[in-house]
Design a protein around this ligand. Structure first.
Ligand code: HEC
Ligand code: HEC
Length: 203
């Protein structure tokens, strides 16, 4: 039996497609227009940072935009996302995850500090968010949970409103109640605390 298994394994090797970072870098040129040359993004609500973001999380988001579960027609059209192959999307995501902004230029890695009630933010964050996004705000790359502390607060504000308006699903749970009770002031407080966790804002 063991022998048969080994023979089978040798005859049908498990094919694991390696990602091609060079190809990812090349393909990512079509994203630079909005996400910046290195995927660093800009502080506005419409240019999130991709550099250093978990690849699995990004692939899932790109699919959500293609399937119109997240709405962003300009991005889908400008980058012809409908016609890019899955392998290519994997390459782009792996490339962006590999970009180390701090190493390229620490200025690119900066996250603006958001004004607000940091004490309240800390209470809310450590009560309701840290179990998944971690105490340091860095998320869990292997579980595809994004690092909030490395993302622009203005963009995050908009995403939390999208969750509240049921225009985007948080944590794969359409019934998710994480944000139901939050007033805008609470969101501001959360972002003040989250942005204080960014390495560039640590004293
Ligand atoms: C025309 C501008 C534009 C182009 C070009 C563009 N994007 Fe985007 N992208 C956006 C905007 C705007 C958002 C935020 C939309 C929202 O609020 O959901 C976004 C969001 C994303 C997100 C989600 C980020 C997060 O934290 O959830 C990913 C991943 C992404 N883009 C990947 C890409 C990739 C890969 C390419 C190139 C193949 C690309 N984008 C090209 C504008 C663009
Ligand atoms: C049970 C786990 C869990 C908890 C608790 C949790 N999150 Fe999340 N969060 C996730 C996951 C998973 C995603 C990625 C969603 C996806 O795949 O589309 C996410 C995504 C987000 C995003 C979108 C980030 C982006 O780049 O677009 C924001 C903002 C966010 N969470 C904020 C919060 C805040 C604030 C709290 C606490 C009030 C919180 N989350 C609590 C699991 C969690």
């Amino acid at each position: 039996m063991k022998r048969l298994l080994i023979t089978l394994l040798l005859t049908f090797p498990i094919v694991t497609q390696a990602v091609d970072l060079e190809n990812g870098k090349k393909q990512a040129r079509s994203c630079a227009l909005c996400h910046g040359h290195y995927g660093q993004g800009t502080p506005g609500p419409a240019s999130p940072r991709l550099a250093g973001t978990p690849a699995g999380y990004m692939v899932k988001q790109i699919e959500a935009y293609i399937n119109e579960e997240r709405i962003n027609p300009r991005m889908v059209i400008t980058s012809s996302l409908h016609s890019i192959s899955e392998e290519e999307i994997d390459d782009i995501a792996a490339y962006y995850e590999s970009v180390n902004l701090e190493k390229i230029n620490p200025i690119l890695n900066r996250i603006p500090a958001w004004p607000g009630n940091i004490e309240l933010g800390s209470e809310l964050y450590n009560g309701d968010c840290k179990s998944c996004h971690r105490k340091n705000g860095m998320g869990k790359s292997r579980k595809s949970i994004p690092a909030l502390a490395l993302q622009y607060p203005r963009y995050l504000f908009r995403q939390i409103k999208m969750f509240q308006w049921d225009k985007r699903v948080h944590d794969d749970d359409p019934e998710d109640e994480t944000f139901d009770e939050l007033k805008d002031q609470d969101i501001e407080a959360l972002l003040a605390y989250i942005s204080s966790l960014a390495p560039s804002n640590k004293k």
